[in-house]
Design a protein around this ligand. Structure first.
Ligand code: FES
Length: 160
């Protein structure tokens, strides 16, 4: 049975940081632009806007994605987690604490993407050692450019 393509504009519902939202999106709206410009989650950064830098990394149903390469319509009915959704009130996520402890912040622009990506890596429950974490961080499935030498150490500490 053939399925029909969605018609745009499209009314979607999605959850962002466990809050429900309903909105209308066009076929070319990226999840990144919707998060930042329409829903106010500006912690997710727009760097290259082309899938190269990883600054826009969010979790979609718990898996790391580049929000700049993901159509907002693809998030319909799904759960998005941004950097704003990691802390519990004033209590930071353990990986946020570890980034501070290891001085892994650099200028701060890419830090949200690095931390969200790290949270996704930890959820994938892979063995944690510096070369492996560096490899996963830089290569698969999302490249994350410009992380500090101490970022993998922060991830390992938070994963213990
Ligand atoms: S802004 Fe999405 S990968 Fe650079």
């Amino acid at each position: 049975m053939a399925t029909s393509a969605p018609k745009f504009p499209l009314e979607i519902e999605l959850s962002v940081n466990q809050r429900p939202f309903a909105l209308t999106v066009d076929g070319c709206d990226s999840l990144l632009d919707v998060l930042r410009e329409r829903l106010g989650f500006t912690g997710t950064k727009k760097g290259c806007d082309s899938g190269s830098c990883g600054a826009c990394t969010v979790l979609l149903d718990g898996r790391r994605i580049n929000a700049c390469l993901t159509l907002a319509g693809a998030a319909a009915g799904r759960a998005v987690t941004t950097i704003e959704g990691l802390s519990a009130g004033d209590r930071l996520h353990p990986l946020q604490e570890a980034f501070i402890a290891h001085d892994a912040l650099q200028c701060g622009f890419c830090t949200p993407g690095q931390i969200v990506s790290g949270v996704g890596l930890l959820a994938e429950r892979r063995p944690l050692d510096v070369p492996s974490v560096r490899e996963w961080y830089e290569r698969e499935p999302l490249p994350l450019r410009g992380h500090t030498p101490t970022s993998p150490m922060a991830i390992i500490e938070a994963g213990r």
